[in-house]
Design a protein around this ligand. Structure first.
Ligand code: SF4
Length: 247
């Protein structure tokens, strides 16, 4: 099936999301709450695009819109840019210090301070990506709590959670760096808890918490080595090089 995005003809499978088709074809659609490892939720709504069918246009969320037949998509029309400006305005007010929000503000000419009172201490845009990352880990140590203006992401009763293993997956997916992680002297502090960290058996650098390592080890069928990501990659590269040198 062919889907035409910004005039480019892209091959697509039935059921594929517009965002995935665009990314595969190097067509940029801005997102904040999307992670390729997690299903789309359309929370930030930044990935809105126009779908043209039968001469009529409608606005859809690219991360949630599966294609079922040949359509035309426009990702950056003036109408879309106007709508994105409004979305960015509201998100920017929530996270005024965020680098990504500043970049988006610059790109779209959005200056929320002209219209809203900015809370400099706020930095979460409530996209929910952290909650989904924790769920995907099989933990659900954090969730969206409260309603209205006091809505936020937190642990149950704002207390340090026994379910949390300090993996920092939530922080690593956060688009606005709202989740504070401090790794210092072999101790990780996150969500009001302190975790002892493990050293990589090869390079000796601290790389994750003991709880996270145990969790991964218990879930894995094979032996899990105490290696940081970089040393793991090096070991794989070395293995591949050895295979090729033996050919
Ligand atoms: S650090 Fe805690 S809250 Fe964050 S993803 Fe890991 S287990 Fe969940």
């Amino acid at each position: 099936m062919i889907v035409t995005i910004d005039g480019i003809k892209c091959n697509a499978e039935k059921g594929e999301y517009i965002l995935d088709i665009a990314r595969r074809n190097n067509i940029f659609i801005p997102t904040l709450c999307h992670s390729s490892a997690l299903p789309g939720q359309g929370n930030c709504r930044l990935c809105i695009v126009e779908v043209i069918e039968g001469g009529r246009s409608r606005v859809v969320t690219a991360c949630l819109y599966p294609v079922t037949h040949e359509i035309e998509v426009i990702t950056n029309s003036e109408r879309i840019r106007d709508m994105r400006r409004t979305i960015i305005m509201f998100l920017y007010v929530r996270a005024p210090k965020s680098y990504r929000m500043k970049r988006l503000g610059e790109e779209y000419g959005v200056h929320p301070e002209q219209r809203f009172e900015i809370d400099e201490d706020e930095d979460c845009i409530l996209c929910g990506l952290c909650v989904r990352a924790c769920e995907a880990m099989g933990l659900s140590a954090i969730s969206m709590v409260n309603r209205g203006t006091s809505k936020k992401v937190s642990t149950p009763f704002d207390e340090p959670s026994d379910t949390c293993i300090g993996c920092a997956s939530c922080a690593s997916v956060c688009p606005t760096d709202a989740i504070k992680v401090e790794d210092r002297d072999g101790i990780r502090r996150i969500w009001g808890r302190e975790f002892k960290m493990l050293k990589c058996s090869k390079c000796g650098s601290y790389f994750t918490t003991e709880e996270h390592f145990e969790y991964v080890k218990n879930k894995s069928d094979s032996v899990v080595e105490v290696l940081c990501e970089r040393c793991k990659r090096d070991a794989i590269a070395e293995e591949i090089a050895n295979v090729y040198s033996g050919i």
